[in-house]
Design a protein around this ligand. Structure first.
Ligand code: UD1
Ligand code: CA
Length: 449
């Protein structure tokens, strides 16, 4: 059976109080929209339709970034969830199969739950995903008659008895495409909001003698984001789950609650993550590596047995080979650090290649930016870069080479050579004592005046 997904993402998200469209707010470094698409994409849908409206261009770009084949349709004015789904009718006119409707602001529905929804569809015409809410608040309520779902009533339209029901609508609905659009055509806007409610298709289907039912999932899955507070709460849920999964997969963490992951963080078995480490998107850490406290990593690859931090920053394009050591207050950006090389203290290494076993002394800087363009620094194997070396890129240092402390390297250094570029030291005899007494006398005079 073919599957099509329709993701509703046209809403403004007024309660976010933001210039950013609601579905582009992020959890674990990825937009809500991507989270919603991620678990559904495991069903291998034949088509994905995203309904956009507010911030349409940005939302469409984000949808295509997730999957280039996504079809986007616009709902220029938001007349309700049924009206939103109706915008997908044309894009699905030649589609035969099941349609699953998902909300762009509901990021945690699992693939297993969607599978359960689909298998229920084999015996029913319309299947709704519900959940038992601890605090049902403003959710739509599912009115059951045995195993039949007779209708859904929106909170605004519900009687006090109906509001007492705790079985709620997640928003996810599955129906055959031809039934779905027939039912939507019959929806009107005679309700408290004056909107076309998608939820009304249930009562219409039931009246027409179609089989309607609901399945339930854990409430945590159906969490919908409407405000910053809910976004923050969802981030907490995401982090909590990811930490549990990391521990389950053999990652060592002393204080997992202080470690922050992204949606795509990959960490190998027996890697050790110390407290207060942040993984922004695009990070892979291999087995047995150690990331020490207060480090921030993004778009970086850390190989086996490497150590990073404490207080290190790996930026996009940082590629660390095995046994590399990156120490405190070191920033690495777009640079390959080969096996066993060390950058242990207070350095900036950007747009660079550092050969195997080379040691980069404290305070070394690759001066990669001339104010307009970026330039590359390459350093060979087994070299020794003295403390406080400034490498003015583009520049190359060979194998087995050295730079003297405080050297500003502006010319290539050949293999085996030592570069030294600093003014020669002169010691002025007795000068310090003389200067001290002059200065002290001056200060004493100022105190008297
Ligand atoms: C909806 C359901 C409610 C359910 C709740 C779950 C309806 C009528 N109500 O209510 O039963 O308990 O979700 O979270 O369906 N959207 C559009 N175009 C529109 C309107 C909405 O694209 O014209 C999108 C929104 O961007 C959002 C989703 O549809 O992603 C849900 O809309 P929202 O207004 O948040 O619905 P609720 O009032 O929360
Ligand atoms: Ca909502």
């Amino acid at each position: 059976m073919s599957i099509a997904l329709v993701l509703l993402a046209a809403g403004k998200g007024t309660r976010m109080d933001s210039d950013i469209p609601k579905v582009l707010h992020k959890i674990g470094g990825a937009p809500l929209l991507h989270h919603a698409m991620l678990s559904a994409s495991a069903l291998e849908p034949e088509r994905i339709i995203v309904v956009t409206g507010h911030g349409a261009e940005e939302v469409e770009a984000a949808a295509r970034a997730f999957d280039a084949d996504v079809v986007t349709v616009r709902q220029d004015v938001q007349h309700g969830t049924a009206h939103a789904v109706a915008q997908a009718k044309e894009a699905l006119s030649d589609f035969a199969g099941d349609v699953i409707i998902l909300y762009g602001d509901t990021p945690f529905i699992s693939t297993e739950t969607l599978d359960a929804l689909l298998s229920k569809r084999s015996t029913h015409d319309v299947v709704v995903l519900g959940f038992n809410a601890a605090d049902p608040g403003r959710y739509g309520r599912l009115i059951m008659d045995g195993t039949t779902l007779s209708r859904i009533v929106e909170f605004k339209d519900a009687s006090p008895e109906e509001r007492a029901i705790t079985l709620c609508n997640s928003g996810v609905i599955c129906a055959d495409a031809s039934h779905l659009f027939d039912l939507i055509d019959a929806v009107d806007a005679n309700n408290a909001s004056g909107e076309y409610y998608l939820t009304d298709i249930v009562a219409i289907a039931h009246d027409r003698g179609l089989k309607t039912t609901a399945i339930t999932c854990d409430e945590a899955e159906t969490l919908g984001i409407n405000s910053r507070a809910e976004l923050a709460a969802a981030e907490t849920v995401f982090q909590h789950r990811t930490r549990a999964a990391m521990l389950e997969n053999g990652v060592q963490m002393q204080a997992p609650d202080t470690v922050y992951f992204s949606f795509d963080t990959v960490i190998g078995r027996d890697a050790e993550i110390d407290p207060h480490v942040v993984f922004a998107p695009g990070v892979t850490v291999e087995s047995n590596a150690r990331i020490r406290a207060f480090s921030h990593l993004e778009g970086a690859h850390v190989s086996r047995d490497a150590t990073v931090g404490p207080y290190a920053r790996l930026r996009p394009g940082a590629e660390l080979a095995e046994h590399v050591h990156i120490g405190n207050f070191v920033e690495i950006k777009n640079a390959r650090i080969d096996e066993g090389a060390k950058v242990n203290h207070l350095s900036y290494v950007g747009d660079a290649e550092i050969g195997a076993r080379t040691n980069i002394g404290a305070g070394t800087i690759t001066c990669n930016y001339d104010g307009v363009m970026k330039h590359k620094t390459t350093i060979g194997q087994n070299s020794f870069i003295g403390s406080n070396t400034m490498l003015v890129a583009p520049v190359n240092v060979g194998n087995d080479a050295m730079t003297a402390t405080s050297t500003t390297v502006t010319k290539d250094v050949p293999d085996g050579a030592m570069a030294i570029a600093r003014t020669e030291q002169i010691n002025k005899k007795g000068f310090a004592r003389k200067l001290f007494s002059i200065l002290r006398a001056k200060k004493a005079k100022q105190a008297k005046d």
